[in-house]
Design a protein around this ligand. Structure first.
Ligand code: FE
Length: 174
């Protein structure tokens, strides 16, 4: 009887492990109490706390303003229908309708889903004059904005894929 009980326990553990989310973003949001796709209240969380919560590769981009390699991120190329959220806090940022094919190697959008979902900051790092784009809810670094985008805005929000969570649009079922 004891052996059967032990066998059931082992099978249960194996099944649970195989069902666990393999996606780093999903895993990180599971242990991130600040992540919400409905709460838009501003967050004031220290980098030392974010460092405990976020995966290292997301932390260095989102909180230390690193840039992921061009043509290496998960969202630079394809454009399925859906929404992009801040990978740190869940704030809704972009819609796929505003995404366009850019040769820069990073996911590019011509407008944000809401004007108050993002904030801007002057960035003079690396001997360049740029405008940094941040998440308005958690102040995480998302990328930069340039004036060479397509109509109607002629803006190019040049984003790091790792700073974004993508949620596919659910079809209407017709
Ligand atoms: Fe955020």
């Amino acid at each position: 009887m004891k052996m059967i009980s032990h066998f059931v326990s082992v099978v249960t553990i194996i099944l649970c492990c195989s069902c666990a989310p393999q996606n780093g973003t999903v895993e990180s949001s599971g242990r991130n109490k600040y992540y919400s796709r409905t709460d838009t209240n501003h967050l004031s969380v220290s980098n030392s706390e974010w460092k405990e919560i976020l995966p290292h590769d997301l932390y260095v981009v989102a909180r230390e303003k690193a840039t992921e390699r061009a043509f290496a991120g998960k969202y630079w190329k394809d454009n399925p229908k859906g929404f992009y959220f801040c990978a740190v806090c869940g704030n809704k940022l972009f819609k796929s309708d505003a995404k366009f094919a850019s040769t820069c190697g990073w996911p590019s959008f011509f407008e944000a889903v809401r004007t108050n979902s993002i904030t801007y900051q002057n960035d003079t790092s690396n001997n360049m004059e740029r405008t940094e784009v941040l998440c308005a809810r958690c102040d995480s670094h998302l990328g930069h904005i340039f004036n060479d985008g397509p109509p109607p805005s002629h803006k190019r929000f040049c984003m790091n894929s790792i700073s974004l969570d993508f949620e596919p649009e659910v079809s209407g079922g017709k």
